[in-house]
Design a binder for this molecule. Structure first.
Ligand SMILES: Nc1ncnc2c1ncn2[C@@H]1O[C@H](COP(=O)(O)OP(=O)(O)OP(=O)(O)O)[C@@H](O)[C@H]1O
Ligand SMILES: [Mg+2]
Length: 463
């Protein structure tokens, strides 16, 4: 239900419109000229969701009403109605922020569709404002977005370890935000004004790794024409981020372990040890315990790194974060692509929330970038999402989701309770809240259903 102001000098049209909108469940105020419209807009009860105004009204016309609405209440949508619609007025009206205009005469279903669309846009906008507010107030830590308690634990850990010098191991699947966390640790530490140096251990060939990290002296090997400092030295006073540390060769692992223990480096071909103050943050998407078992990762280095570990849960285990992430990326691409974007339709959000993102947050970000490029009318709808997302509503995908056991385990009671709660909600949705029917659907007694609803705190306030 919305609060709508109708401004129309034609008595019969004004009454037809008012009645029609009233029947559709809206609360309507109808006036016959611009002066009255201004009075309503300036009055105490002026929180209109939508204004439907005629263009030709006499002294103050529809464009004046539009301009005034946008001044006093920018969130209110305005639809212009006009029998004299010329292209110029329409363009002018849109430029001044009208949602749309309809040419008279119009059919009631025609205006009804436009009204619904305008209200949907307004709701999305309000939803967006709410999300943005929550996002900036509570659900982010630096650039890291997360509402779920799992992510809050991550934030807490970052805050706790950041001020210290201890090395940290960040684990998690690809695209879960490991590098973001590494940066947050550095930029919330006393080292924040010193360098943050990223080393991708998977991308540097093993023969070069030692000299890359520790540097080399002139003549240390063929091609070493001059002495070169290593990456660790360039990070002095700051942090070195050893990304994909699971890719390091066993030989390099020994050298890193020594560095972690002694805080000393020696250039390739050099004789002198040099003390350096560099904090190490490492990340991997491998399960290092398994690598240790396979003999591919040194146990001593693993223990050394694993003292402080921050694990990033995959996105499929924190789907409540998705609306906030979506909003965060919409903001990002709205600015980057210069597009008028203000939200996601509820249908599209439902698809996003139930999709199993293999590539986690990175994949979600790519999806929003894609959708932002294709969305028209400022709203991302299911059609703007990549094909494979829409195809994946299948039961198996969801079924799989809830039965997967992650490598760090799960709480089976909590998981089962969550499934039960979701089934109850779905059954109630299907029966429009009629509990007797929901009980039948789920083949349990009414009593038993009531008990379960109470257990999960779902349902009637009267109970
Ligand atoms: N919680 C989050 N909030 C906002 N953006 C995020 C979040 N997590 C990840 N991202 C974004 O997703 C992308 C991937 O994140 P990042 O590079 O940190 O992942 P990663 O775990 O290092 O992945 P990989 O293992 O593939 O290197 C980045 O653009 C990052 O900004
Ligand atoms: Mg990474």
């Amino acid at each position: 239900m919305a609060h709508i102001l109708v401004v129309e000098d034609d008595l019969s049209l004004r009454e037809v419109l008012s009645m029609f909108l009233h029947k559709s469940g809206h609360e309507v105020v109808a006036v016959h000229d611009g002066d009255q419209a201004f009075r309503e807009l300036d009055g105490d009860d002026s929180d209109f969701d939508l204004v439907l105004t005629d263009l030709r009204l006499g002294r103050r016309n529809g464009l004046d009403v539009l301009t005034h609405v946008k001044e006093v209440s920018p969130q209110t949508e305005v639809i212009l109605m006009t029998a004299f619609s010329t292209v110029e007025t329409a363009i002018d009206a849109m430029r001044r922020g009208a949602f749309d205009y309809v040419g008279k005469p119009f059919k009631l279903d025609e205006i009804s569709i436009t009204v619904d669309k305008a209200l949907e846009k307004r709701n999305l906008r309000l939803e967006n404002i709410r999300l943005r507010k929550e996002l900036s107030q509570r659900y982010r830590f630096d650039a890291i977005v997360g509402k779920t308690s799992k992510m809050h634990q991550v934030f807490e850990r970052i805050m706790r370890v950041a001020p210290t010098k201890t090395s940290v191991l960040i684990t998690g699947e690809s695209g879960t935000g490991k590098e973001l966390v590494a940066r947050a640790i550095h930029f919330n530490s006393p080292r924040k004004d010193k360098p943050f140096v990223v080393v991708n251990c998977g991308a540097i060939p093993d023969q070069l790794m030692e000299s890359e990290l520790f540097g080399h002296v002139k003549g240390a090997f063929t091609g070493a024409h001059a002495t070169r400092h290593g990456l660790i030295e360039t990070a002095v006073g700051g942090t070195i981020f050893l990304d994909e540390i699971g890719e390091l060769s066993l030989t390099m692992q020994v050298k890193i372990l020594r560095f972690l223990q002694e805080h000393q480096i020696r250039m390739v071909g050099g004789v002198q040890e040099q003390s350096v103050d560099v904090r190490v943050v490492a990340a991997t998407n491998k399960d290092l315990a398994v690598e240790v078992e396979k003999g591919a990762f040194r146990e001593d280095l693993y223990f050394r790194l694993n003292v402080i570990r921050i694990h990033l849960p995959p996105l499929r285990e924190r789907s409540e974060d998705i609306p906030y992430l979506v909003h965060h990326f919409i903001e990002k691409y709205r600015k980057a692509l210069g597009r008028d974007l203000h939200g996601v339709s509820p249908e599209a959000m439902e698809i996003l929330m139930s999709y199993r993102f293999q590539g986690n947050v990175r994949e979600l970000e790519n999806v929003i970038e894609h959708a932002a490029t294709f969305a028209s009318g400022g709203i991302i709808t299911p059609e703007d999402l990549p094909e494979h997302l829409r195809a994946d509503g299948s039961d198996t995908a969801r079924h799989d989701d809830v039965t997967t056991v992650p490598h760090d385990g799960l709480d089976i009671e909590a998981r089962l309770a969550d499934i039960e709660r979701r089934i109850l909600m779905n059954a109630l949705k299907r029966t429009n809240g009629v509990r007797k029917d929901a009980a039948d659907l789920l083949r349990i007694s009414f009593r038993s259903l009531r008990y379960k609803l109470a257990k999960y705190g779902i349902g009637d306030p009267e109970d």
